[in-house]
Design a protein around this ligand. Structure first.
Ligand SMILES: Nc1nc2c(ncn2[C@@H]2O[C@H](COP(=O)(O)OP(=O)(O)OP(=O)(O)O)[C@@H](O)[C@H]2O)c(=O)[nH]1
Length: 581
């Protein structure tokens, strides 16, 4: 696999891995954020729910007032009950609206709230029914039943309170203490309300406390004390906030130091005589306001939980933002790294490889690019530039050497005087032709000729004239031979003409044509006048049995000898003699 493709593949896999891992952790972090928002919402819902429960509790006061009122009924008491009921309805409506709009649905809270509302309607109907009779016709059990139906509203809300508290605690363990304390305060408010309600029957009937009320008062007093202790422990050990401590102190002053002694005084009266100094409305007016300190404590504690949770949400949010920012930075860094590697390593490496292989193949016309950066690849490019220079120099040397070799070979194969192939050159060319002709069955004929009385020319006119005669004859033979014929100087004043695709007869005719041209030649002499020359030819056909050209030359040479012997200036072959007429 090419490096470029490998790099692309690895980059793709690496990018996919990093992107999916980053997306996974960022998504996880944002899931934590939305879960934390849901938990914060749960605390807010708990706050609204506790208010709704408190309103339902508060409604019992005016309800008790109406229950203790004789017909036709005090309009002011009825108006107070209506106002209380309107407040409760409004609180439940706010609660249901908040739960319906929740970002994370809480069926564990919504269902009990709906059930509590149904219970509230039933309890109100029971109270209204009881209050519609004359006071003397209202039995104690009937009044007790109506009051306990109102208690049932708060009991029904219990699972919703637990669900919302648990939801908040899982995400914000640090807020757990404040939440538990807030629930304790809410419970305290409820039990304090129930404690007050125990006097409704006795105050309405102006009778001593019944056995059931006495037991309930004892039990509720115990619970109230227990809750006070638990609240003291929780707020003393785990909360040092001034607001909580102030709310605790207020609760101690108002409820435990004021309302509880009042309850104890009414209890003492209820145990002995039943001659109470207050009626139900007066009891409520004296008792209920002191319970507000408990509600304030509850609100301060819920607020503390909300502050803790908001701080926790901020931390989770910040962490998620860092994760997202870090993830994006990681992806950007990876992209930058891959881009840099591709730009500064992979791509230049590919070009460098192309350059080196081009130089190796002898293509030296490519430009070696100037390096953009002072790095290792720049050193490689510089080395390649030097390598190319060396290769160019080597190529020049190589060409020079080849030229010299060719020149040397040409010189060793060429006759320096006439420029014709010499004996060695002729043998090289002729052997090749002979082999080819024999392979394809074509005829080849060889003529050898020798200038007549050449010694005399030298002796009479000098070697320079002799040389120019040889040059002229060579040029004449080349001029009148077919292309493909090989004309060579065999030695001294002897020449060879090898004629491929030529029969013996045609070869003899061609030799005779050359003879005539030589005979017709006029060579001007330096001292004036002209020189006539003639030549004698021996012609032989190459036979398929001839392994080399030497045999044919030898046979043609015999014919030449015959031509010389028989008077010169003629052509002699094995089947004919052609001579000057
Ligand atoms: N000028 C010159 N003469 C050469 C050259 N090569 C050989 N010769 C001369 O050619 C002459 C050949 O003479 P011979 O062999 O006696 O033959 P010839 O005089 O031609 O007589 P025949 O061949 O019998 O007709 C000699 O004198 C050689 O010196 C050369 O390159 N230049």
């Amino acid at each position: 696999m090419r490096l470029q493709h490998l790099f692309f593949l690895i980059s793709l896999l690496l990018s996919l891995t990093v992107i999916s891992m980053t997306a996974g952790s960022v998504r996880g972090a944002w899931d934590d954020v939305s879960k934390a928002r849901g938990s914060l919402e749960a605390i807010e819902h708990l706050q609204v729910l506790l208010v709704a429960a408190e309103m339902a509790s508060r409604e019992r006061g005016p309800a008790n007032g109406v229950l203790g009122d004789d017909l036709p009924g005090d309009p002011a008491k009825r108006a107070r009950l209506k106002t209380a009921r309107d407040r409760t309805d409004k609180a439940f409506s706010t609660l249901q609206g908040a739960l319906d709009r929740a970002s994370m649905p809480q069926p564990g809270a919504s269902r009990p709230v709906s059930q509590a509302l149904a219970q509230l309607i039933r309890a109100r109907a029971a109270i209204d029914l009881t209050a519609s009779r004359p006071r003397s016709a209202r039995g104690a059990d009937e009044i007790r039943g109506a009051v306990s139906q109102m208690f049932g509203v708060i009991d029904t809300l219990g699972p919703a309170i637990i669900t919302l508290t648990n939801e908040a605690q899982t995400t914000y363990p640090s807020a757990a203490n404040a939440l538990i304390a807030a629930r304790l305060a809410a419970d305290l408010r409820e039990y304090a309300g129930q404690l007050g309600s125990q006097f409704t029957v006795a105050l309405t009937t102006r009778q001593p406390l019944g056995a059931a009320e006495r037991v309930a008062i004892e039990r509720l007093r115990g619970r109230v004390e227990l809750l006070r202790k638990q609240l003291l422990e929780r707020t003393a050990t785990n909360s040092d906030r001034a607001a909580v401590q102030a709310a605790m102190a207020s609760m101690q002053d108002h409820y435990f130091a004021s309302a509880i002694p009042f309850v104890e005084a009414q209890t003492a009266t209820g145990l002995h005589s039943g001659h109470y100094d207050v009626d139900t409305a007066g009891f409520a007016a004296r008792y209920v306001p002191d319970m507000d300190a408990i509600v304030s404590l509850r609100d301060v504690l819920i607020n503390e939980a909300l502050v803790d949770a908001q701080a926790g949400l901020d931390k989770i949010h910040t962490k998620a933002r860092w994760m997202a920012g870090g993830g994006l930075a990681t992806i950007a860094l990876l992209a930058l790294t891959l881009w840099m590697i591709h730009r500064r390593v992979v791509r230049p490496l590919g070009r460098t490889a192309q350059l080196i292989s081009a130089i190796a193949q002898g293509r030296l016309d490519l430009d070696v690019p100037r390096p953009k950066y002072r790095d290792e690849l720049a050193e490689v490019l510089e080395a390649i530039a030097v390598l190319r220079q060396h290769s160019e120099a080597r190529l020049v040397l190589e060409e020079e050497r080849q030229r010299l070799v060719d020149q040397l070979r040409d010189q060793s194969n060429t006759d320096f005087l006439t420029g014709l192939p010499n004996r060695r050159g002729f043998f090289e060319l002729a052997e090749h032709d002979l082999t080819t002709m024999h392979r394809h069955g074509h005829p080849v004929t060889l003529a050898i000729f020798d200038l007549d009385h050449f010694k005399q020319i030298n002796d009479t006119h000098g070697h320079t004239v002799g040389d120019s005669v040889l040059v002229e004859v060579a040029a004449l033979c080349c001029q009148h031979s077919r292309s493909g014929d090989v004309v060579a100087r065999y030695g001294g004043e002897e020449f060879l003409v090898l004629m491929p695709y030529c029969t013996l007869e045609d070869g003899a005719l061609q030799a005779d044509r050359l003879r005539r041209h030589i005979e017709a030649m006029r060579i001007p002499l330096p001292e004036g006048g002209e020189l006539h020359i003639t030549a004698s030819f021996g012609v032989e056909q190459c036979l398929p049995g001839d392994p080399t050209i030497h045999g044919v030359i030898s046979r043609a040479d015999e014919r030449l000898y015959a031509a010389k012997s028989s008077g010169r200036n003629r052509v002699v072959s094995s089947d004919t003699t052609l001579q000057a007429s």
